[in-house]
Ligand binder design. Structure first.
Ligand code: PHE
Length: 334
């Protein structure tokens, strides 16, 4: 009976105090269990009263615990959640897009406006898609230009050196007309410096249809550079790629007559930004496209280079160092 009184008077404000009260009365080794164990030793004539009393105690203790918990919870709600409305909010840190992604998205946007879709493929490639289908058979000297990383010793497992491999895959799976750009990371075994890295990013484009001409290629590139850099002059220089014939290198004029003035180039002049050409008929045939019926053009550019120019970044390695002080600076850019 004394215990019942004590239980009824008990007050607690914390979770811990309520819990130790519960253990004291209702726990395995608690007071109630002791009384229940004692029950068999109680003389028969007192059993009834004893039993009723400990049942009351049990009820009182259980009720107390429940009501204390409810009380506590309602206080937490008042204080914690709706309490101090003048407390400052928590600051949410927003991230920034990486400059490579910003430029990549811009390029995708520009080409998607003239009907190009986006295609992607694996970074680990086989010989066929990176070389042979692109008119670079085994022992072709131009393979050396590519500084390929091979995986282990298997010559058929390599890191793609360009995303032209994605174009091969796309032609194998789709019929013309084809208008696709292939952005992605590529790898070349080159000495790492401020100007070049052993991996970088490309966007390559492919257009295949009936009667596609070199004029279409040039006009498409002029459209691209104008959208990308503002009003700009371009020039095509004859060049060589095994997968295009004829091939050309594209230069953009950086300078006085141009609306853009990128100080990074140290003055004015022509700057090479991509390679291009008419897809070699052999490549079309390798990919199951009839070269008598269809023709097309292809081009490829480095995203990293363009990002360095646009944002005047002095060292290509900054793009892969993950230095937060560098990355934070792109917060205001989409
Ligand atoms: N694949 C070439 C490279 O990696 C670029 C290119 C693509 C050139 C398409 C011509 C046509 O350098």
């Amino acid at each position: 009976k004394e215990h019942i009184e004590e239980v009824e008077k008990f007050k607690a404000e914390s979770k811990e105090a309520i819990e130790s009260f519960r253990i004291k009365y209702l726990g395995k080794k608690g007071i109630l269990n002791d009384f229940f164990a004692e029950f068999k030793n109680v003389p028969v004539e007192l059993k009834k009263e004893f039993g009723q009393t400990i049942n009351k105690l049990k009820e009182a203790a259980t009720e107390k615990v429940t009501s204390l918990k409810e009380e506590l919870e309602s206080k937490v709600e008042e204080k914690g959640i709706y309490g101090d409305l003048t407390r400052p909010g928590e600051i949410i840190e927003l991230g920034a897009r990486h400059p490579i992604s910003i430029v990549k998205n811009q390029i995708i946007d520009i080409f998607s406006r003239i009907g190009f879709n986006v295609s992607e493929g694996p970074e680990i490639e086989d010989d066929w898609h990176n070389f042979t289908a692109l008119n670079l058979p085994e022992y072709h000297p131009a393979r050396d230009m590519q500084d390929t990383f091979f995986i282990q010793t298997d010559p058929d497992v390599l890191l793609r050196t360009h995303t032209s491999s994605v174009q091969v895959r796309y032609m194998e799976e789709n019929k013309p007309p084809i208008r696709t750009i292939s952005p992605g990371r590529v790898y070349r075994n080159e000495a790492i410096s401020a100007r070049s890295h052993c991996f970088f990013h490309q966007v390559e484009g492919l257009y295949i249809d009936k009667d596609v001409s070199f004029a279409d290629l040039k006009q498409t590139l002029q459209y691209f550079t104008t959208e990308m850099f503002g009003k700009s002059k371009i020039r095509l220089r004859p060049s060589y790629f095994p997968f295009t014939e004829p091939s050309a290198e594209v230069d953009v004029y950086w300078g006085l007559n141009n609306e853009i003035d990128y100080r990074i180039t140290k003055g004015t002049g022509w700057l090479e930004i991509m390679g291009c050409g008419m897809v070699d008929p052999n490549v079309l045939e390798n990919c199951g496209i009839d070269s008598k019926e269809y023709s097309g053009f292809a081009f490829g550019m480095g995203i990293d280079r363009i990002a360095l120019l646009l944002y005047q970044i002095p060292d290509i390695r900054m793009l892969s160092e993950n230095d937060i002080r560098f990355l934070e600076q792109f917060k205001s850019t989409l």
